[in-house]
Design a protein around this ligand. Structure first.
Ligand code: ANZ
Ligand code: ZN
Length: 827
């Protein structure tokens, strides 16, 4: 008997799959095979596959293989999210060009993925850093510009003076630059934005339709979009011809309690309000201090509230009351109108501010339940019943809001509005390793888009990576020198590159038509595969990546490129891989390298363990004994199969066999049913694998007890073939090898999924005697092992038995499983 030589077996099958182009699919619709788009989030090519990747891709691969066996035509592609900072840092540290570093990493990781036996159609591979790909990012940028969805504006960024560069929030660690540790400052920069806010309403409204997404992710997106219904109210400024101040509130019902107004430090009215007044110097100083404060430590919820009085007053349009106007750090210019009315009697932040500066506090809403004890600390902030609110006193918050709005609308100082917390998407990065934004700045014509025929704008090679002095692109003469496409005068090329989230917002469309040179993809190709039936990836992308994807799809729909509203039907966010209770990480020193696992146990063992150890959405604790156990399990199946390796034609199992034969056949067919259901409905790989393990146990016992007759051999073989076929999505090399040895010909891959015979799977029936007060009254037929409750229910459903029970109360039951139910009744 040969050993389970996983090294030879895995290499052999990987070569065969490659030679036979086993996973290549075309785009032609096939009426006999429905299509299934199985997608996993593409990795950043760091150079090394980690267990998180392995988990993500094993889940996707098991599903892709299962669906293929179930008769679907499956698209299962892979690519590289290959732009981004690490390549640039490597260039600075090791003096390797980012492209070379990236390409090396890609070939290493592609090799690692192949070793795992994943069923990708590698002809469809894409990589974001290649001009064939990123030219289409540039093309999309031009289209968004045409549609008014891309624009340039001045915005605050995190800036490091030493490195002369913009830092992402993650690059600011404790208020200092992650690289040089000098303090991070705020700086206003001209940057490019995508107007995702135009789609805020739709992005929010479609969330309930994403029924194949978890509630958790939908809630995270909902919070991020942050829809709030409220009102805009105009407060005129006392002794001023200037425009009234417009404030945004979600609690118009509290307006009788507004005792002051607060403007954001950046509010454009601040300067005019204070000009020439004695407060001007203090206010200017405060505004300067606030706008320069360190953004990274800015957390508006916890930051100590600070402000200054402007010296001016506003008039409450509902009450005519005169209230002071302040400037405060807890009001954000980016939200609402950048101005609020403060109701310290009913709002926590306003309350804190009023206490600090001795401003009046006047509650105007009380709890509906008047007997409820007053809140011990702070104001009552919930909706309730109005007090001290003129004609609105006594109304509920809800009806007061509506009544006040109506009156304000009639008089022209209030209107209904909806605000969204989501901000436009800032896509500018002052970096080299990204898609160049296709714009040329001309002294005469301004920012001029690069004409479509001149795409791609290619990243230049003559750059130096020092890590200092801003973007390396800005120092490349060959790159920055350009003629204005409009007037032909010498001009300067834009040196910002795009956020890498742009690359990943539409890559899955490119997989459907990866070589297209005339368009990002052909509409018919996308139509053949979309929407994505299953998308698997980490929860860390629950917000940004998945919102940007949805936004891009909606824009593409409005451009007429695709005809769907949402790209992803079912979303699975797999849990993390932990060791010793915490996520595997270099700093924790608890990393298990996929390569060493594959070396030691083989890819199939690794895959099996990962799927078996935990349901996909949960975190998975790495466990060496568990891996060992999965390996022994495969060895056990191998030995079991080896006893039947002689490739003789499998005899048909007998129609009616001995009890022992029937029991094994039942288990076989039950397992097929169970595994199929677990994978079809819920992606419960772990319970599916557990069921296969049980079948292996029963089959071993059956074989150990001796297989002597042809009929017994047939039953054992039926069980064994089921085991091998059911295991194939999880341990594909192993299964193919065993199958080849059992069958002598053919590929498991080209075989349909096994079908269970429901009659064979059904539990055998037994007759249970039903007595009432000790007298035999009838019999019911139930599945063997039926519970007392099931038998009783069946008895009640029998008209003759029920006649004996009617109007009586059941005092006691005596139940002997599979035999007898005695009912003691009274009355
Ligand atoms: C008066 C009021 C009374 C408010 C009350 C709340 C409670 P959401 O629900 O998150 O949208 N606000 C408006 N613009 C702001 C800004 N730019 N910076 C900081 N706060 C701002 O929050 C809306 C509420 O947040 C608004 O309703 C406003 O305070 C404040 F008992 O107005 B409210
Ligand atoms: Zn020009």
């Amino acid at each position: 008997m040969s050993e389970y030589d996983f090294r030879a077996i895995e290499a052999k099958w990987q070569k065969i799959w490659e030679d036979e182009k086993a996973f290549e699919v075309d785009n032609r619709p096939d009426p006999s095979r429905p299509d299934f788009y199985c997608l996993e989030m593409l990795p950043y090519p760091s150079g090394r596959l980690h267990m998180g990747h392995v988990r993500n891709y094993t889940i996707g691969d098991a599903l892709a293989r299962f669906k293929t066996a179930r008769g679907f035509k499956v698209l299962h592609p892979m690519g590289w999210d290959s732009f981004g900072l690490p390549a640039e840092n490597a260039a600075i540290k090791r003096k390797i060009h980012p492209r070379i570093w990236t390409e090396d990493n890609i070939s290493q990781m592609r090799q690692q993925l192949r070793r795992m036996g994943y069923s990708y159609d590698w002809r469809r591979e894409i990589a974001a850093h290649r001009p064939e790909y990123y030219r289409w990012n540039q093309w999309f940028f031009l289209k968004l510009l045409e549609r008014g969805l891309a624009y340039r504006a001045n915005r605050w960024v995190n800036w490091c003076n030493t490195c002369q560069t913009v830092l992402a929030n993650e690059q600011v660690e404790g208020g200092v630059c992650w690289r040089c540790e000098s303090p991070v400052v705020r700086k206003a920069l001209e940057q490019w934005f995508f107007r995702i806010t135009d789609y805020a309403e739709e992005l929010d409204a479609f969330l309930p339709k994403l029924t194949g997404w978890s509630d958790r992710v939908r809630q995270m997106q909902k919070n991020w979009i942050g829809r709030s219904e409220g009102a805009l109210v105009r407060f005129s400024v006392e002794r001023s011809a200037a425009e009234p101040l417009e404030i945004f509130t979600t609690r118009l019902d509290t307006i009788y309690g507004a005792t002051f107004c607060v403007l954001a430090p950046e509010h454009p009215a601040v300067a005019a309000l204070t000009a020439g007044s004695p407060e001007a110097a203090r206010v200017t100083e405060f505004v300067r201090r606030m706008t320069e404060r360190n953004v990274s430590t800015l957390d508006f919820e916890t930051e100590e509230k600070e402000g200054v009085f402007t010296g001016r007053h506003a008039l409450n349009p509902y009450t005519g009351e005169r209230i002071p106007i302040w400037v405060g750090n807890f009001v954000l210019m980016e939200y609402g109108t950048g101005a609020i009315m403060a109701v310290p009697g009913n709002d926590a932040r306003d309350h804190e501010f009023a206490l600090k500066y001795g401003l009046p506090i006047r509650p105007v809403v009380r709890p509906e339940d008047a007997s409820a004890p007053p809140a011990a600390d702070g104001p009552f902030v919930e909706p309730g019943i109005l007090i001290d609110s003129g004609p609105y006193t006594g109304m509920t918050s809800g009806s007061a809001f509506e009544a006040m709005l109506l009156s304000g609308e009639e008089k022209g100082f209030a209107r209904r509005t909806v605000h969204y917390r989501i901000r436009d998407w800032g896509i500018s990065r002052q970096r080299y390793w990204g898609t160049p934004i296709p714009v040329i700045h001309c002294a005469r014509c301004g920012a001029v888009p690069v004409p479509e025929k001149d795409l791609p704008v290619i990243l230049p090679d003559d750059v130096e990576f020092t890590g200092e002095g801003g973007s390396p692109l800005a120092r490349s003469a060959s790159f920055t020198k350009a003629d204005c496409p409009r007037c032909g005068n010498p001009a300067r090329r834009e040196t910002d590159t795009m956020d890498t989230f742009v690359d990943s917002s539409w890559y899955f469309y490119r997989y459907t038509d990866p070589q297209n040179e005339r368009a990002p993809f052909d509409a018919a190709a996308a139509r053949a595969w979309f929407p994505i039936d299953q998308y698997t990836g980490g929860i860390t992308h629950a917000i940004l990546h998945l919102i940007y994807c949805r936004f891009f799809t909606k824009v593409m729909r409005d451009m007429g490129l695709v005809d769907l509203d949402e790209p992803v039907v079912r979303l699975l966010n797999q849990g993390m891989v932990l060791k010793g209770g915490s996520a595997m990480s270099k700093s924790k020193g608890n990393v298990v390298e996929p390569d060493s696992m594959v070396e030691r146990y083989g890819a199939d063992t690794c895959r099996l363990f990962i799927l078996f150890a935990s349901p996909p959405e949960r975190d998975l604790e790495w466990n060496d004994q568990g891996v060992e156990g999965c390996h022994r399990f495969l060895e056990r199946v191998w030995r079991l199969a080896a006893s039947a390796f002689a490739p003789s034609p499998a005899p048909a199992p007998p129609a009616a066999g001995s009890e022992r034969q029937t029991a094994l056949r039942r288990k076989t067919h039950q397992t097929i049913l169970r595994v199929t259901e677990d994978l079809d409905r819920r992606l419960h790989f772990n319970t599916a694998i557990a069921a296969i393990m049980e079948l292996v146990n029963e089959t071993s016992l059956f074989v150990q007890a001796g297989v002597t007759s042809e009929a017994e051999r047939a039953c054992a073989r039926e069980a064994l073939t089921a085991i091998v076929r059911l295991l194939s999505p999880f341990a594909p090399h192993f299964s193919e090898e065993v199958w080849e040895r059992l069958d002598g010909k053919g590929r498991l891959l080209s075989l349909a999924w096994p079908e269970a015979d429901p009659a064979l799977a059904a539990a055998p029936q037994v007759e249970v005697v039903v007595q009432i007060n000790g007298k035999l009254r009838g019999k019911v037929t139930v599945g063997r092992g039926a519970s007392e409750g099931e038998v009783l229910e069946r008895a009640r459903g029998d008209a003759r038995l029920e006649a004996h029970l009617q109007g009586k109360t059941l005092a006691k039951t005596i139940f002997v499983p599979d035999r007898l139910l005695n009912l003691v009744v009274r009355g």
